[in-house]
Design a binder for this molecule. Structure first.
Ligand code: PMP
Length: 407
């Protein structure tokens, strides 16, 4: 029994109600960014028109009120991922800044020459390059967990990569390019047996399933607001207090200090030590509004419906001759990457676009993963709870048209 009224939900997202090339928009690029419900758009507009003032500074009414709302937003994020303390939630501009912050700051404190860092073949560039740069700075070594042909991590190989020199493991919970859901609980368990902390990139997981950082026991968890039906320019670091307290600040400047003299600066306590400058308080409050919105729908309901969409789309697309799905893991979220025999993904994407359907084309910021499959890129259709089976039918028809045109 479907617990979501999809037609009613679609009315909450004004952008969906439009024509592209005289065809109703079908938005299947949710892995790149999700659309925003009106309630989030209204919240941001209300702040700018009635409540705006810089936070954590003034003693005046507007500043105090908005400071409270910003700190309440932090608590909403804390509860959303079940973090133990609100000071373990650092608000950033997005997953990319979150990972850069940790890679730099953790690296400064704990990584030395000859040490090792483990990532996986499935990572987005945002969870590769910061670690690579750290390895270059510190003369450390980057090790990579391999995958099988279905796009699943090989956990036996992972075990073999662990050594007394391993300082951190950083992997995503869900692959943006393939949709693979990784068994991060197991990955964390294995690392912890060896006293190694783990960072989980949750950019593609928080919007699809319930995340409980205490249950996972991850040491760091990061995600972006814009992929969670929230605003752009806001992201999250959850970090265990022990590490965050020991780690040096990444960015420095206003707000993150306790005392500044020209001789020496002492730093503020958590979470402010990692929030230099004026934070994006408008987006933080917008993110809390988005979290309230999806919690109202229920992540369990969202997961169940999205599974229906994934199964439906997989079966339909698989039936198309010459279409190969890249990423056939047993456990996936609702994203399908595929290639068409003898047709370049850009050509196919452009034709599909002309039918009002937005799909992603390219390497999905995961070039090493594309290399692993010996391909340049794929087309990716990534679904959200506001998508429908009728829209998937339209994608199916569009792919048949592409095949006719180029076949
Ligand atoms: N990690 C993953 C798995 C992602 O999908 C993305 C965004 N595509 C990122 C990191 C980077 O997120 P952002 O661009 O919001 O910083």
């Amino acid at each position: 029994m479907l617990n979501l009224d999809i037609q009613k939900i679609r009315k909450d997202f004004p952008i969906l109600n439009q024509q592209i090339y005289n065809k109703p928009l079908v938005y299947f690029d949710n892995g790149a960014t999700t659309q925003k419900p009106q309630i989030v758009i209204d919240e941001e507009s209300k702040i700018y028109s009635q409540e705006n003032s810089n936070i954590h500074r003034g003693v005046h009414y507007l500043s105090e009120q908005l400071t409270q709302r910003y700190e309440d937003a932090r608590k909403t994020v804390q509860k959303f991922i079940n973090a133990p303390h609100d000071h373990e939630i650092i608000l950033t501009s997005g997953t990319t800044e979150s990972i850069n912050t940790i890679a730099y700051s953790f690296g400064e404190k704990y990584v030395n020459e000859g040490d090792e860092i483990i990532i996986s073949t499935l990572e987005h560039h945002a969870n590769i390059v910061p670690w690579q740069m750290l390895c270059e700075r510190k003369k450390a070594v980057l090790k990579v967990i391999p995958i099988n042909d279905k796009g699943e991590l090989l956990l036996d190989e992972y075990q073999k990569l662990i050594s007394p020199k391993t300082k951190i493991v950083a992997v995503n919970q869900v692959s943006n390019a393939l949709g693979t859901v990784n068994d991060v609980k197991k990955i964390i368990e294995i690392a912890h047996k060896n006293d190694i902390p783990v960072l989980i990139d949750g950019a593609q997981s928080v919007q699809h399933n319930v995340v409980d950082v205490q249950d996972l026991d991850c040491d760091f968890f990061v995600f972006s607001g814009h992929k969670l039906y929230g605003p752009n320019g806001i992201g999250v670091i959850y970090g265990k207090e022990k590490f965050l307290n020991e780690m040096p600040p990444y960015m420095t400047g206003g707000e993150m200090i306790k005392k500044v003299t020209f001789e020496k600066t002492t730093f503020n306590e958590l979470p402010f030590k990692f929030e230099a400058g004026t934070p994006n308080y408008v987006a933080a409050i917008g993110l809390a509004t988005a979290i309230d919105y999806i919690q109202e729908l229920g992540l369990e309901n969202i997961a169940a419906y999205e599974k229906e969409l994934l199964d439906y789309a997989t079966e339909k697309l698989e039936s198309i001759e010459g279409l190969r799905i890249i990423g056939t893991a047993a456990n996936k979220v609702c994203a399908i990457s595929f290639i068409l025999e003898n047709i370049h993904h850009f050509d196919a994407g452009m034709v599909i676009d002309k039918m009002g359907i937005a799909v992603r084309t390219g390497h999905h910021c995961a070039e090493p993963l594309m290399d692993r499959f010996n391909i340049e890129g794929t087309l990716r259709a990534s679904f959200a709870f506001y998508n429908t089976k009728e829209e998937i039918d339209k994608l199916y028809d569009a792919i048949l048209t592409v095949k006719q045109m180029f076949g």
